[in-house]
Write a protein that binds this ligand. Structure first.
Ligand code: TRP
Length: 469
C-alpha cells in the first residue's frame, strides 16, 4: 500500500481510497509542480502592476514580509493537512477532523477549497487565453505594425478592445487553454503533471532569463528599475498597500484553494514539508522580482506609466514591444512565457476537484478530468461572454468575470486560509502535526506554531474583513 495513513476513513468516500495512490517521484518533482502552481499570472501580470501602483520598494519589502511570515506558514499547513489526510482536500480535512474528534462541519473547509478552485480556473483560463491570443498576434507582427501606425498606444488599445469584444476568439483561446490543462491532468500525477512541469519549468526560467537580459542590455534603464523595486521609500506606502501585499502573497503562493493540500497528498513521507515549502516560496518570489526586472526597464525606457494597473502587460508593454528592435520576437516570447506560466498553474487548480471526484466516485481519471474540466470550460464561457454579449448582465455592479474574481480572491481564499490556520493550529492534535512536520520541538517548529495559531488567523481575518467592506 502506497500510503498507509489513509486507512482511517469515514463513510462511503473511503472505498476508493485504499487503492494505492500515486506519488511525486521525488522532492524535486513536488517542488517543481508547486512552484509551477505558484508562478503564474500573479507573478508576471499582477505583481508588477501592484508594485507600480503602490510605490515600489517599500511595498516590495512588506510583500516579502507577508510571504515569509504568513504565506509560508500557511503553505506548510496546507501541505501538512494534505499529506496527513492523504486524500482530496475534502477527504483530508474530514478524515483529520474525525481523527481529532472534532465536528464534521470542518469539511466545509474542503468544500470551499474545491469549489473555489473550480471557479478560479473558469476565469483564469480566459485570461490565459488572452496571452495565447497575443502570442498569435505577435507572430503576425502586430506590435511593430501598431508602432508604424503612428499612434501605437491607441492602436493597441483598440486591438485589446476588439479582442475582448469578440466572443468567438475569446472562447476559442479559452478552449485551447482548457484542452491543454485537461490533457495534462488526465494523465495523472507522474505521467501528467510531473512530466509537464519537468519540461515547462526549465523552459519558463530560460524565457525569463532571456527577457531580463534583453531588458538589462538594451534599455539602459536597468539600475533605475532595480532602484524602483528595491530602494524603499516608506512615505509612498499606505495602510491599504499592506493589505494588498498580504492578499497578493496569498494569491501568488496558490493558497486557499486546496491546491497545496492536493499536491501535499501526493508528497512522499520522507520529504521535509518546511524545506520544500521554503524552496517553493523562494522560487515564486525570485520569479516575481525577475518579472519586475524584465518589465520595469522597458516601462522606464519608453516613459510608460508605472502605475498602469491591470492593463500593464496587455496594453502598456506591447507599445514598448512595437518600438524596440526585435520587439515582435521579444513580445511574442513574453506572452508565450505568460501562457506557459498560466498552464503550470491551471493544472494545479484542476487537480483538487479531479482528486475529489476520483475518491468519491472512482472510475477512470481521464473520464473524470474530462467531465470536470468540461464543466469548468462551460462556466468559463460565461466569463468570456461577460466581456461582450453579456457585458450588461451585472450583479452587485460587477460582470460575471469580475464577480468570480472578487468572490474567489477576496472572500473564498482568505476564508479558507483562516480556516486552514485554525485547523492546523487548533483542531489537529499537536502530536499529529509534529509528526508530520518532522521538525521536533525546534525553534522553527515553535515559531511556525505560534504564527499559525495567532499571527496568521489575525492577519488573514483583517484582510478578509477589509475586503468585505
Ligand atoms: N499562483 C498562481 C499565480 O500567481 C495562481 C493560482 C494558481 C492560484 N493556483 C491558485 C491562486 C490557487 C489562488 C489559488 O498566478
Amino acid at each position: 500500500m502506497a500510503n498507509s495513513v489513509v486507512s482511517i476513513t469515514v463513510g462511503q468516500s473511503g472505498e476508493h481510497v485504499a487503492t494505492g495512490r500515486e506519488h511525486w517521484s521525488s522532492r524535486m518533482a513536488f517542488v517543481l509542480a508547486a512552484a509551477g502552481s505558484a508562478v503564474g499570472l500573479g507573478n508576471v501580470w499582477k505583481f508588477p502592476y501592484i508594485v507600480g501602483e503602490n510605490g515600489g520598494g517599500a511595498f516590495v519589502i512588506v510583500y516579502l514580509a507577508c510571504i515569509a511570515l504568513i504565506g509560508l506558514p500557511i503553505m506548510m499547513a496546507e501541505v501538512l493537512i494534505g499529506r496527513r489526510g492523504g486524500m482530496s482536500p475534502i477527504g483530508s480535512v474530514r478524515t483529520l477532523a474525525v481523527r481529532a474528534g472534532r465536528s464534521l462541519n470542518w469539511q466545509a473547509l474542503g468544500w470551499i477549497c474545491v469549489t473555489g478552485a473550480f471557479l478560479i480556473l473558469s476565469f483564469y483560463s480566459v485570461v490565459a487565453g488572452w496571452a495565447i491570443i497575443y502570442v498569435v498576434q505577435g507572430l503576425s507582427g502586430v506590435f511593430t505594425s501598431a508602432a508604424q501606425s503612428g499612434d501605437a498606444a491607441g492602436a493597441l488599445k483598440t486591438l485589446f478592445a476588439e479582442i475582448l469584444g469578440d466572443a468567438g476568439i475569446l472562447i476559442a483561446a479559452h478552449t485551447v487553454f482548457m484542452a491543454a490543462t485537461i490533457a495534462i491532468v488526465s494523465q495523472g500525477i507522474e505521467a501528467g503533471l510531473e512530466r509537464a512541469v519537468r519540461i515547462m519549468m526549465p523552459g519558463l526560467l530560460v524565457l525569463l532569463a532571456i527577457l531580463v537580459a534583453y531588458s538589462a542590455l538594451t534599455t539602459g534603464r536597468f539600475t533605475e528599475a532595480a532602484a524602483f523595486l528595491f530602494a524603499p521609500d516608506f512615505s509612498a506606502l499606505s495602510a491599504e498597500a499592506v493589505l494588498v501585499a498580504l492578499g497578493h502573497a496569498f494569491f501568488t503562493l496558490s493558497l486557499g484553494m486546496g491546491v497545496m493540500m492536493a499536491y501535499g497528498s501526493y508528497l512522499p513521507r520522507h520529504v521535509s514539508i518546511a524545506r520544500a515549502s521554503i524552496t517553493v516560496s523562494v522560487l515564486d518570489t525570485v520569479v516575481a522580482l525577475l518579472a519586475g526586472l524584465a518589465i520595469f526597464p522597458i516601462v522606464f525606457a519608453h516613459s510608460l506609466e508605472t502605475a498602469a494597473g491591470p492593463g500593464l502587460v496587455f496594453l502598456t508593454l506591447p507599445v514598448a514591444f512595437g518600438e524596440m528592435q526585435g520587439g515582435n520576437l521579444i513580445g511574442t516570447l513574453f506572452f508565450l512565457f505568460l501562457a506557459v506560466a498560466a498552464l503550470t498553474s491551471s493544472i494545479s487548480v484542476l487537480e483538487p476537484a479531479v482528486e475529489y471526484l476520483q475518491e468519491r466516485f472512482g472510475g477512470r481519471r481521464s473520464v473524470l478530468t474530462l467531465i470536470c474540466g468540461g464543466a469548468i470550460w462551460l462556466v468559463g464561457i460565461a466569463s468570456a461572454l461577460s466581456f461582450n454579449a453579456w457585458s450588461e448582465i451585472k450583479l452587485f455592479g460587477k460582470n460575471l468575470f469580475d464577480l468570480l474574481d472578487y468572490l474567489t480572491a477576496n472572500i473564498m481564499a482568505p476564508l479558507s486560509g483562516l480556516l486552514v490556520a485554525l485547523f492546523a493550529g487548533w483542531v489537529m492534535s499537536k502530536t499529529a502535526v509534529m509528526d508530520e512536520l518532522g521538525m521536533g520541538n525546534s525553534v522553527g517548529y515553535r515559531l511556525w506554531r505560534f504564527v499559525i495559531r495567532y499571527i496568521a488567523p489575525v492577519g488573514v481575518a483583517v484582510v478578509f474583513v477589509y475586503n468585505l467592506l
